[in-house]
Design a protein around this ligand. Sequence first.
Ligand code: NAD
Length: 416
Amino acid sequence: MGKFKKITVPSDGEKITVVNGKLKVPDNPVIAFIEGDGTGPDIWNASKLVFDEAVKKAYNGKKKIAWMEIYAGEKALSVYGKNKWLPEETVDAIREYTVAIKGPLTTPIGGGIRSLNVTLRQVLDLFACVRPVKYYSGVPSPMKAPQKLNIVLYRENTEDVYSGIEFKSGTDEAEKLIKYINKNFNKNIRIPSGVGIKPMSEFGTARLVKKAIEYALSHNRKSVTLVHKGNIMKFTEGAFRDWGYKLAKAEFRDKIVTEDELWSEHNGKMPEGKILIKDRIADSMFQQLLLRPDEYDVVATPNLNGDYLSDAAAAQVGGLGMAPGANISYSTAIFEATHGTAPKYAGLDKVNPGSVILSGVMMLEYIGWKKAGRLIEKALKKTIKLKVVTYDFARQMKGATEVKTSEFAKAIVSNM
Ligand code: NAD
């Protein structure tokens, strides 16, 4: 009997370990997966087929993922019992096995948990939400030149107005807090009002910005843009910008140039081999991504801006059906679909598994299995180009062949 109650650790796999902050990945790593609710099982089965075939092809059968099912959401209720939306051993297993991938989860209504995703991010301190947004040729998009957008968003995941410190209008707590602020800080907040607190720290900002710059350097990206609303919220969003520049100069001095330095020291010409650190105000950034998308590359931003910006950017390249994501800390990482459970299509083998498949591509890259990731991406591109797509794309494409979730996966495999 292993140490988990309901999780079966595959006997043919080995643990991914972390040595000096770097992942050490065996040829048969145990990787945890959460199938997800609603359309999750359809999407997961399709995605798993694609992952396994790509790994087999890329490494001639020498590498193989040992999948370990862990439970959250509705499936956890049926395995662990009432109210067990997120069993403790699920969190323990992710912590112990370092890398996990998940389908979408139903958000419990009432009962204390705000959202399973938000809870997972908080308990595992997955401080960076990473969303690459780029265009795959043939995907229906509202833009004239969607291919010009190719960014990777790093959204801070643990602070800002998402910290859940909110008080309802008319309650004693809200009134107490408002009176305290009005009296001690000479402010004039109306009573009754709802109030929320927006904490942002140098610690939280620096670790996020550091991840973003490290990514830019290791992936030959040209710039990192700090997106903030610091003109209005000077000590939170403005501080994010200042701390971001400070971190960049302190830790990457010989590898970066700030936008100010670009003009004051380099006459506007970017020195070879360095990355540009710039900042934009959030509202202007929405325009910039529409009007001059090719001027942006890696983007680092606080929690709420990141939430808005990642969905808006995803829409430019064809929507959430193809938008992958990851939540990462220093080593622990959960790769995930960015869309929800689409419950009305549950069990119909109908929806687009692209988001989880591309999240898997990110995961393969994360564990250093880049070749397998590239195989999948190439085959996916080819499949879409051939207009073999699920309903969501088929209805917007002329001459498309509409296929089921499982058939789409098989088509990707045959195009590998
Ligand atoms: P949703 O993303 O599940 O669905 C909205 C619509 O988007 C669907 O009706 C469908 O038309 C389309 N869609 C979504 N995924 C698709 C796919 N893979 N292929 C094709 N079309 C797709 O959002 P919702 O209806 O607001 O939420 C349903 C449930 O999912 C709720 O319980 C919600 O809390 C949860 N949710 C979970 C996550 C997550 O786990 N990351 C994210 C968002 C919502």
